[in-house]
Design a protein around this ligand. Structure first.
Ligand code: ADP
Ligand code: ADP
Length: 221
């Protein structure tokens, strides 16, 4: 991922908000990078731009892709990332179905990631029958099952209690170490960033202020 001087200004009726200013950032293939910063510093805005959900006001970014067959990005949100009228299994298969992949491929990929996040026995249930932690597992399974070039995660564990957070962090690391996907992960928790990532980008509360980078020196457990 290459981000070059990206600025986003939200224009409102009487004023404007500079959400991010002149951000430049390179992320290598296979890196797990955490973006950390105080609430309102523009983390989500940057992620939403990379997801194609917002247009930058200026600057540009590129996401290198190896194959036209593969989607560029999958996103995992803090909550409300599951489709309530689809079963667990159908939620995970959703992106694959949209791409009209062969049935066997969809089934294989879906089952693999359902098993990875421990949801196999709940595959026929609907999200409302499941707890918060289980719903986040659906989102994570779906994101990886899509086999995108990059994964964009916006505080996926923020709404979970500490114990569940820890379990899901471990599960995510286990899937990541197998797939070696490029991940950009937002969190306001430096502890979470230290546990998960190779590299931490610190964003300042003041748009345009220089970001600091931390190379995580501690080997992962
Ligand atoms: P973070 O994810 O770090 O909490 P955000 O990217 O959500 O920060 O927000 C950055 C700034 O941009 C905040 O001041 C926020 O109020 C503003 N902002 C974000 N989205 C919008 C929007 N759609 N319209 C207007 N202002 C927005
Ligand atoms: P929470 O996020 O509410 O703290 P979890 O998502 O970790 O809880 O779920 C706790 C345990 O309950 C899990 O290990 C899971 O096996 C079980 N569980 C969750 N939802 C269901 C369900 N609908 N039916 C049966 N067992 C469930």
């Amino acid at each position: 991922i290459s981000i070059d001087n990206v600025t986003k200004i939200f224009y409102k009726k009487h004023n404007s908000v500079t959400a991010i200013k002149d951000i430049s950032l390179q992320i290598k293939e296979g890196e797990f990078v955490c973006l950390v910063g105080p609430s309102g510093c523009g983390k989500s805005t940057l992620l939403r731009i990379l997801a194609g959900l917002e247009l930058p006001s200026s600057g540009e970014f590129t996401i290198a892709s190896e194959s036209d067959e593969r989607p560029l990005q999958s996103m995992v949100f803090q909550e409300k990332g599951v489709i309530p009228w689809l079963t667990v299994e159908e939620n995970v298969a959703f992106g694959l179905k949209m791409r009209h992949l062969p049935k066997e491929v969809i089934q294989k990929q879906t089952n693999y990631y359902l098993q990875k996040v421990g949801l196999s026995q709940f595959s026929k249930l609907y999200p409302k029958e499941l707890s918060g932690g289980m719903k986040q597992r659906i989102s994570i399974a779906r994101a990886f099952a899509n086999d995108p070039e990059i994964l964009l995660m916006d505080e996926p564990f923020a709404a979970l209690d500490e114990q569940n957070k820890f379990i899901l962090q471990e599960e995510l690391l286990s899937i990541w170490s197998e797939t070696k996907k490029t991940v950009l992960f937002i969190t306001h928790s430096i502890d979470e960033a230290l546990l998960l990532s190779d590299r931490i980008i610190l964003m300042s509360a003041h748009p345009g202020e220089i970001m600091k980078e931390i190379k995580v020196p501690i080997p992962r457990p």
